[in-house]
Design a protein around this ligand. Sequence first.
Ligand code: ADP
Ligand code: MG
Length: 314
Amino acid sequence: MGEFELIRRYFSPLAGQSRAGSLVLGPGDDCAIERVASGHELVFSVDTLVEGVHFPAGYDPEHLGWRSLAVAASDLAAMGAQPVCFTLALTLPEASPEWLDPFSRGLSRASRAFGLELAGGDTTRGPLTLSLQVHGEVPSGAALLRTGAEAGDFLCVSGTLGAAGAALDYLDSVSPSEDERAVLERYHAPVPRLNLGIALRGVASAAIDISDGLLADLGHILEASGVGADLDCQAMPVSSAVTRLKGQAEALRLALEAGDDYELCVAIPPALWKELPEAVRTQLSIVGKVVSESGITGIEGSLVAGGYDHFGSK
Ligand code: ADP
Ligand code: MG
């Protein structure tokens, strides 16, 4: 199968399966064309996934298809952006239908679920590597940034934390238990908090998605905003499946330090928190507050603020 046959068969069908309107021209020409509505800004980001680094060698291609777009879309969620389209740069060792079929199926499901239409890409031969660029849009000036958290703001996280990190121990389970299946699902099929990000426009003073662990990613907000945090570990939304599998202390450690959950961490001024619709508030837990002194307090001494740093010494 040649490059163009491969694109036609597996990827062209993913074009045109999103909101009509924003994508003027999809795959097939030298560039794609996107219409940016007046009064709006284009928000974009690229993520690269390398086999053996960001996902295990031999990882299930259908999960990889979903996960690679989910991970990229999570950055749009953190900015409060409405998803529009994405490009896919795919480097493959060989054009095997046994891999491409399930991969494009997972990618296609994610594309429809997140409202991200395939706009184009690049296909080359080499060690398995995926780069996905996602495009979203926000009303001008409305994007959520890492800067802007102020002393007194509530620190909130969405959903529960730690399950994707716990799942790493069960990736090779032959017959996983119900709890193991629950945490594996969080690793294989993360759901970016796109609607929550949009609902927090004009409300969150700062936002980030949790890809490398709460302490690490919160650290980015604190540094960018020039503030610190006082956390309440009792209030941490620890996954109940993880607590049953690993015990309370380890579940808390995973909630603070493990990556891959793709929940949001946001700062919200108390006055705006009170005005949030119930349906938005119930997606969030208040886990502490922003303080003016730098650093993070409120975590047990045994927990080292780490998270995952690709070039760190950990
Ligand atoms: P060029 O040589 O002009 O860079 P390519 O030959 O790389 O163009 O690609 C031809 C067309 O196919 C382009 O419109 C490109 O966006 C699209 N394309 C290539 N690879 C992919 C892919 N993996 N998914 C979607 N579209 C792709
Ligand atoms: Mg090319």
